[in-house]
Write a protein that binds this ligand. Structure first.
Ligand SMILES: Nc1ncnc2c1ncn2[C@@H]1O[C@H](COP(=O)(O)OP(=O)(O)OP(=O)(O)O)[C@@H](O)[C@H]1O
Length: 260
């Protein structure tokens, strides 16, 4: 244990990411320590989702690195010559940094239970009976234990997102990455997902959360990062970021959100 508290589970160091000529991340450094909830806020296009996707190797990056529990996991090399880490490492990282997407991404041809069990059984090779017991436990935990045998299309959006959260939990990850988990939901369905995310935060799980829901970020986060055009414009504890913003850009962003 370091003198300054728990070690980072995720550490992003000076990360640069471009799509062709579009520079999306321009030297971003963030870390999430064990048990911390770090929220990423900012205008559309500021690079929040890209940053999250770089953490679990869904995207490459041109420069800088991401460390998972102290181990470098970003692509190796420089510029376009960068190569992914080896396949086993990619699997390990995606298992340990499980992601929940805005659009749920459940497989429509599988039942809810099969969705939750699929990766632990086929990718990780865990025993089916153990995984099924765990999957049912996680479905209960997110409040849809009775939907195990249903098809995704039979579920509401909020239930589908809770199934996606159960699927992420069933990987037994070291951290959860949420990419706008409530944005695709009607307001009344958002709350059931928010409740689940709050429960997980209450268990001191390590999380990185991209959200446009400032209330959620304020309620949940230990640390809030405001991105603007691929750079960190301001960051700090939620009381400060939301209660005493230091930069004009953040003040403007929060005002615009409050007026929306
Ligand atoms: N695969 C891609 N190819 C080309 N450009 C992309 C790709 N993915 C994202 N971008 C661009 O990168 C920029 C950052 O996108 P990103 O999704 O990270 O932003 P964001 O802050 O999460 O926005 P939002 O809040 O709207 O989701 C945007 O200009 C987007 O159009």
């Amino acid at each position: 244990m370091r003198a300054d508290g728990p070690a980072p589970v995720i550490e992003i160091r000076d990360l640069f990411k471009s799509y062709g000529h579009l520079d999306v991340l321009k030297g971003v450094s963030i870390s999430a320590k064990r048990g911390q909830v770090v929220s990423l806020i900012g205008s559309s296009g500021s690079g929040k989702s890209t940053l999250l996707r770089c953490c679990n190797l869904l995207e490459d990056s041109q420069k800088g690195e991401v460390l998972f529990e102290g181990e470098a996991v970003t692509w190796r090399g420089e510029g376009l010559a960068r190569r992914p880490a080896d396949r086993a490492q990619v699997t390990r990282i995606r298992t340990n940094l499980a992601m929940v997407f805005q659009q749920f991404n459940l497989w429509s041809h599988m039942t809810v239970l099969q969705n939750v069990m699929e990766a632990p059984v086929t990718v990780l090779g865990r025993p089916r009976a153990d995984v099924e017991a765990a999957a049912r436990r996680y479905l209960d935990k997110v409040g849809i234990g009775d939907k195990a045998e249903a098809w995704p299309a039979q579920l509401s959006g909020g239930q589908q997102q809770r199934a996606a959260i159960a699927r992420a939990l069933c990987m037994e990850p070291r951290a959860l990455l949420f990419d706008e988990p409530t944005s695709a939901l009607d307001p009344e369905l958002q709350q059931e997902v928010v409740r689940v995310i709050k429960d997980l935060a209450g268990e001191h799980r390590t999380m990185m959360l991209v959200t446009h829901d400032m209330k959620l970020a304020a309620d949940l986060s230990d640390h809030v990062v405001f991105l603007h055009l691929g750079r960190i414009e301001e960051q700090g504890p939620p009381d400060q970021v939301f209660g005493n913003p230091q930069t004009d850009r953040l003040r403007q962003f929060l005002r615009a959100g409050a007026a929306a």
